[in-house]
Design a protein around this ligand. Structure first.
Ligand code: SF4
Length: 336
């Protein structure tokens, strides 16, 4: 069973959302969970139709507020696998505040952020991830907004799992989903998703077979990567940092000082943040893809449940005081 529902899928032909849906439907059985223990919460936008198409529980909720609803679910129901589906407008414009607080709290949930760099549902206005100068229906002379880099934003909020993948690479997408789902805490997965109607080709440089090797900076924990350096083309070091292989149009060797080994498990997010800035100035032609950060730290919901449990176990005389302190009221409470 692949967890597809009987609902007719209503996205435009060729939309990148189909590929992500297929990957998720195919991947969910690997979790070994019953459908009633899986919940997908979405906000508003094209991708937010996602919960209809899965044979799990779900909620097509409030614009930008899916992380907050998911926080309540994850905190009150430890037995649930909680997922959020959101887009660049839903998560980063109206929902920016809710997103960053879920990330910093480290609530147990997996957030799939579909980034097509446009407002699709409302028919093609620029979004918080559209590149500067973008001409859209709402920016006929070009956008004067500076875009968010969602991965940098998540790392700035010290999210414990941050990754980027792309709709057209099913294998990579599935492997990132598996790692995100296995992570305890908030996992943020940015998915580059093509909108063929309003922003077609936004990620062509990364998908194009001829340029793909130039445009993708692959991230794998324990593997060396290279920060550009004095050469024009993008370069990547062979494992061990001894032999340097060039990719691109560079003609010189790269010094070993430019080689770093990617360590996704560093508690300090500084290096992961630096890697997230490798996206080139043009913003569209070069991008790190993979897991930027994957660290353990206490989760909000585990700690909140721990406090409630300790209040339950306290001597009857203390229960009321502790619960009142937890809940913040001055009334008398009884644990049942
Ligand atoms: Fe997909 Fe774009 Fe159509 Fe929305 S408008 S369903 S993102 S192709």
């Amino acid at each position: 069973k692949d967890f597809s529902s009987d609902q007719e899928v209503r996205w435009c032909p060729g939309c990148g959302d189909y590929a992500v849906l297929k990957a998720v439907q195919g991947f969910l059985p690997d979790l070994g969970l019953r459908r009633e223990n899986i919940v997908f919460v979405s906000g508003i936008g094209c991708s937010s139709r996602f919960p209809y198409y899965l044979d799990t529980y779900g909620m097509h909720s409030i614009h930008g507020r899916a992380p907050s609803i998911a926080t309540g679910l994850a905190t009150s129901r430890e037995d649930l696998s909680v997922w959020v589906v959101t887009g660049d407008g839903d998560a980063l414009s109206i929902g920016g505040n809710h997103l960053i607080h879920a990330l910093r709290r480290n609530v147990n949930m997996t957030i799939l952020l579909f980034n097509n760099r446009i407002y699709g549902l409302t028919k093609g206005q620029y979004s918080p991830t559209s590149e500067a100068g973008k001409i859209t229906k709402s920016t006929p002379m070009g956008s004067v907004d500076h875009p968010f880099n969602p991965v940098s934003l998540a790392l700035g909020a010290e999210a414990s799992f941050v990754a980027r993948t792309i709709d057209s690479d099913r294998k990579h997408l599935t492997s990132v989903l598996a790692a995100a789902a296995a992570h305890r805490g908030t996992s943020l997965v940015e998915i580059y998703q093509n909108c063929p109607i309003f922003n077609d080709g936004a990620f062509d440089a990364i998908k194009d077979r001829d340029t793909k090797e130039h445009a993708i900076i692959p991230l794998e924990h324990g593997q060396p990567i290279v920060f550009g350096g004095g050469t024009k083309g993008l370069v990547r070091a062979a494992h061990g940092g001894v032999e340097v292989a060039e990719i691109g149009d560079a003609d010189g060797q790269v010094s070993l000082e430019q080689v770093i080994v990617h360590d996704a498990h560093q508690q300090d997010p500084t290096l992961a943040f630096a890697i997230s800035r490798l996206t080139d100035a043009g913003y569209l032609n070069r991008s790190p893809i993979g897991i930027f950060r994957q660290v353990e730290r206490p989760t909000y919901d585990d700690q909140a449940r721990g406090q409630v449990d300790s209040a339950r176990k306290a001597a009857p005389g203390e229960q009321s005081d502790r619960l009142a302190a937890l809940i913040g009221g001055g009334d008398t409470w009884t644990v049942v």
